[in-house]
Design a protein around this ligand. Structure first.
Ligand code: ADP
Ligand code: 5GP
Length: 203
């Protein structure tokens, strides 16, 4: 059997550019898959159930918590969000790398259970720019914008527990950085022991 896949956790305040950077990464790097989260928040225009998120009502979500269906879950901006466990475990067991785009509370849970994961924090250049980006995205009400900007500082404080920080000022440069992190992590000796042993064993 080959190596297990790598778990990549991407966090950062709302509007930092996580979704934008993860999409670029998924287009550029092969053998990499995005975990689709479940949430109780309402779909935004153009969001599709099963593609952007699994949109669940509160009862269904709480039942899934009780059943132990989530790798991690958290309440973020007054809604539940969680990572379905089965998909992630299946992919990792097949040697595929998986990205979780989750908040810092969820990332802390993952770190406790999967310390070999790669933890990447996406930071905006500053809070003013963050606010501009959330407004420009056009997806949030004024209350939701205020809540997200207010929470940004707490999210930023949690960056100290991550392995990498990518400042998303210039998008191309930030995309190259996150791509470089993933490719470098894949080259770590600790992630390639079985292949190295097979080469040695082959004489
Ligand atoms: P998040 O997933 O972290 O909430 P998004 O990826 O949705 O953030 O990005 C928020 C908004 O900012 C989007 O409209 C996106 O197009 C824009 N954006 C992302 N990165 C940059 C960047 N480097 N420069 C300017 N705008 C950006
Ligand atoms: P949004 O509502 O903007 O899509 O996401 C809001 C926040 O929830 C973002 O910080 C995002 O990373 C986080 N989030 C999305 N999915 C999950 C998840 O499965 N678990 C956790 N803990 N946070 C998530």
């Amino acid at each position: 059997m080959g190596e297990k896949g790598m778990l990549i956790v991407v966090s950062g305040p709302s509007g930092a550019g996580k979704g934008t950077l993860c999409n670029i990464l998924l287009n550029r790097v092969e053998n990499l898959f995005l975990s689709i989260s479940a949430t109780t928040r309402s779909p935004r225009a153009q969001e599709i159930h099963g593609e952007s998120y699994f949109f669940l009502d509160k009862n269904d979500f709480e039942n899934k918590i009780k059943n132990g269906d989530f790798l991690e879950w958290a309440k973020v901006y007054n809604n539940y969000y969680g990572t379905p466990k089965e998909f992630v475990n299946n992919m990792l067991n097949e040697g595929k790398d998986v990205i979780l785009e989750i908040d810092t509370q969820g990332a802390a849970q993952v770190k406790r259970n999967c310390p070999a994961g790669v933890f990447i924090f996406i930071s905006p250049p500053d809070i003013q720019e963050l606010k501009k980006r959330i407004v420009k995205r056009g997806s949030e009400t004024q209350d939701s914008i205020d809540l997200r900007v207010k929470r940004a500082r707490d999210e930023l404080k949690a960056s100290l527990d991550y392995d990498y920080v990518v400042f998303n000022d210039d998008l191309d440069k930030a995309a190259l950085k996150i791509q470089s992190i993933v490719l470098s992590e894949r080259c770590k000796v600790s992630r390639n022991k079985k292949i190295l042993q097979a080469i040695l064993g082959g004489n």
